[in-house]
Design a protein around this ligand. Structure first.
Ligand SMILES: [Zn+2]
Length: 254
């Protein structure tokens, strides 16, 4: 199915890239990405996912926009304070590109509701802020055989990786962090502080990692680098790759 003329024009700078091309753009337009967390990572990630023409976006966040979010959560404005983030984010998508399909869920994702919320997605991008959510999401992605882009920030340390724990020999997110963090409230950036531009960098990299995973087998940009964790040091400004081995005892994927 070729792209309509207005879509060809909108995505011309993608299509002209040999690493994406028309086939890549068509694949992105047919993709469905579920985004968990519309916060510091999710906001910039959503901007680039939407800008890249991902055809369907599911947004999951149970938070409400607060004034102190605006220093980094780039899709929200002062007028959004008090609005559920998933709804404000969906409204942003609709203003930005009415051709995209967007679903908003203002519920907190849990191990219980995750299968229903994530079913049908081609990829999940998790920008949530706690281990309990990230582990529940990872386990669900393995169960539903959905690739997962995981991104996290702690002060000036960022992490981005693509996982496909459902594939033979490939690690999942739980292989990386283990089982010690399943309890709620183990970590949050709220007390630590975070620099807006840095978390934005991590969010943009998460969007790029998601696009690479979505283009696997479609165009040459499609190299998901499964279980290759990119450690980003925002103070030294360095990027260090780390390969996560599959844990044969992992309760998520083995
Ligand atoms: Zn695992």
């Amino acid at each position: 199915m070729p792209l309509a003329p207005d879509r060809l024009n909108r995505f011309a700078r993608h299509i002209v890239l040999p690493e994406v091309g028309g086939a890549g753009q068509v694949a992105l337009s047919k993709s469905h990405v579920a985004l968990i967390g519309c916060g510091g990572i999710g906001s910039p990630a959503l901007q680039y996912l939407a800008a890249s023409g991902i055809g369907t976006l599911t947004l999951i966040d149970d938070d409400v926009v607060e004034e102190s979010n605006l220093q980094r959560q780039t899709i929200f404005t002062t007028a959004d304070i008090g609005t559920p983030k998933a709804l404000a984010a969906a409204a942003w998508v609709s203003r930005f590109d009415p051709a995209l399909t967007v679903h908003a869920h203002t519920t907190r994702i849990t191990a219980q509701n995750a299968p229903a919320l994530l079913a049908g997605a081609n990829l999940v991008l998790d920008g949530s802020d706690n281990f309990a959510t990230r582990l529940a999401v990872s386990d669900t992605c393995v169960g539903l055989q959905i690739p997962l882009t995981s991104a996290a920030v702690g002060r000036f340390q960022g992490q981005v990786a693509n996982f496909a724990g459902h594939l033979p020999g490939e690690a999942c997110y739980r292989c990386f962090v283990g089982d010690a963090f399943d309890a709620e409230g183990c970590d949050t950036c709220a007390d630590d502080g975070v620099l807006g531009a840095f978390v934005g960098l991590v969010g943009a990299m998460a969007a790029m990692s998601a696009i690479r995973a979505l283009l696997t087998g479609v165009s040459t940009l499609g190299d998901p680098q499964w279980a290759r964790l990119h450690l980003i040091d925002g103070l030294a400004t360095t990027l260090r790759p780390l390969s996560i081995p599959k844990d044969p005892g992992c309760k998520g994927c083995s």
